[in-house]
Design a binder for this molecule. Structure first.
Ligand code: NAD
Length: 421
């Protein structure tokens, strides 16, 4: 397994559980050190299980690239971020492909797991293997298989989520499918690496576009309209509005497709529009805070604002691309004194500024001029927040069913509503 993050580590352990001897190769000394000490850095992987695998010799982590020479099968799960210009940053995939190419030998199957634009496996990986004098489909087998992990999901995990696999040749698909079928429940072979690559982008674009739609609806109508529409038992799928999108997937992946299509002179309008609406949501939240403070005859400038939840979604510790970062930045730009509380994120740094989670004491809640719920972690006692806070801006509908407190609750989809359901 090349890359031992949110995707690579759980998959490595599935292979180890299926009886394979798995070596995880990662460029991070810190990650490898932690894993070899039996400490998991991924919330969905228990340290006890990891330690068992390390002790039994089924799993080993290393920073030594030459260990790839021992492998019969290599899966690559390295980051695929966007550059500042919002173009794909393929640096990690290219570095990993170089390492695999340098250490490959006949008989090996190589599978790329990183989310990417259609054409990556054929255009970037195949030449690296062929530079080693190996013919893909004959000497070595190359495929793309997108990871669908949903961190924190208690039902769907690496093992029971159906797995798409598409090879460069039919033999590549067959070999890669046979490999993954040893440890995953359901395999879905598709016709090519490009098909497998675009399947993943469609899945995440579907989410981005639907979230964009409900976010726009949240601006124009009451949240109960969405609840009412969701009672339709067919032809409607409920998405909930929020403060913006975060994580390593939804905010980034659709841009991989948009970028690829731009190179082919096609403009992906749905992707661009959804991205525009979703990325405006933190500013919508800050407008709600400004309006709420205004009604109290207060300005954002000089107000104490307590942000509840900075991870990008409920009950996880991942802050990548979290909309909370934008909400905090925009509030601070207007002169607010911002504190945050997140039971999963004790501290973080952004733009050279260090932030530390404050304890959620009664004093902290009453001291704030406004409390903004950005992420609705289930560990937080929202009833106490509502009871004590002067103003609560609730972007996640976390307070909908609670008894009213002394302060006002402003929800994302309410003020300026077009319709009241
Ligand atoms: N996190 C998710 O929920 C999720 C879900 C589906 C797909 N994906 C995709 O999977 C891929 C990996 O994402 P992730 O969340 O696991 O990333 P991550 O940042 O958690 O982990 C990536 C790991 O790769 C290592 N790495 C970087 N360059 C390397 C190299 N050249 N050789 C070896 N190791 C290297 C890093 O040190 C890190 O430990 C991305 O393409 C992402 O879009 C992520």
């Amino acid at each position: 397994m090349v890359g031992l993050g949110y995707v690579g580590l759980p998959l490595a352990l599935e292979f180890a559980k299926a009886g394979f001897r798995v070596i995880g190769y990662d460029v991070s000394e810190r990650v490898v050190g932690l894993l070899m000490a039996g400490k998991s850095h991924i919330q969905d992987v228990s340290s006890a299980e990891l330690a068992r695998m390390v002790k039994s010799g089924k799993f080993e982590a290393t920073t030594d690239e030459s260990r790839l020479q021992e492998m019969d099968a290599v899966s690559i799960a390295v980051p695929t971020p966007l550059a500042k210009t919002r173009d794909p940053d393929m640096g990690y995939v290219i570095a990993a492909a170089d390492a695999v190419g340098r250490n490959c030998r006949p008989g090996v199957v190589v599978v790329l797991e990183s989310t990417t634009y259609p054409g990556t496996t054929r255009d970037l990986l195949q030449p690296k293997l062929e530079a080693a004098g190996l013919t893909v489909g004959e000497d070595v087998f190359l495929a793309f298989s997108p990871e669908r992990v949903d961190p924190g999901n208690p039902i769907w995990n690496t093992k029971n989520t159906p797995k798409i696999v598409g090879g460069i040749t039919p033999a590549c698909t067959e070999v890669a499918t046979a490999l993954y079928a040893t440890c995953l429940d359901t395999m879905v072979p598709v016709s090519s690496t490009e098909t497998a690559e675009i399947v993943k982008l469609l899945e995440n674009t579907f989410r981005s576009v639907n979230i964009g739609l409900v976010n726009e609806m949240a601006i124009v109508c009451d949240k109960l309209v969405i609840e009412a529409a969701a009672t339709k038992p067919f032809g409607f799928m409920k998405f909930t509005p929020g403060p913006g999108i975060g994580g390593h997937c939804i905010p980034l992946d659709p841009h991989y497709l948009a970028w690829k299509m731009r190179t082919l002179n096609y403009k992906t309008r749905f992707i661009d529009l959804a991205s525009e609406i979703n990325s405006e949501m933190p500013a919508v939240v800050v407008r709600k805070v400004t309006q709420a403070l205004n009604e109290e005859r207060k300005a954002v400038n000089g107000s104490r604002i307590l942000v509840l939840g900075v991870a990008y979604k409920r009950d996880i510790d991942d802050m990548r691309e979290s909309p909370a970062l934008d909400v905090i930045r925009l509030l601070e730009q207007q002169g607010a004194d911002v504190a945050y509380h997140d039971p999963y994120v004790p501290k973080f740094s952004e733009d050279g500024h260090e932030y530390a989670s404050v304890p959620l004491t009664d004093d902290e809640i009453t001291r704030a001029d406004a409390v903004v719920i950005v992420t609705d972690h289930s560990k937080v006692d929202y009833q106490r927040v509502v009871q004590l806070a002067k103003v609560v801006v609730d972007t996640r509908n976390a307070t909908a069913k609670l008894a009213k407190g002394k302060g006002r609750i402003v929800s994302l989809a309410s003020a300026g509503s077009f319709a009241n359901a």
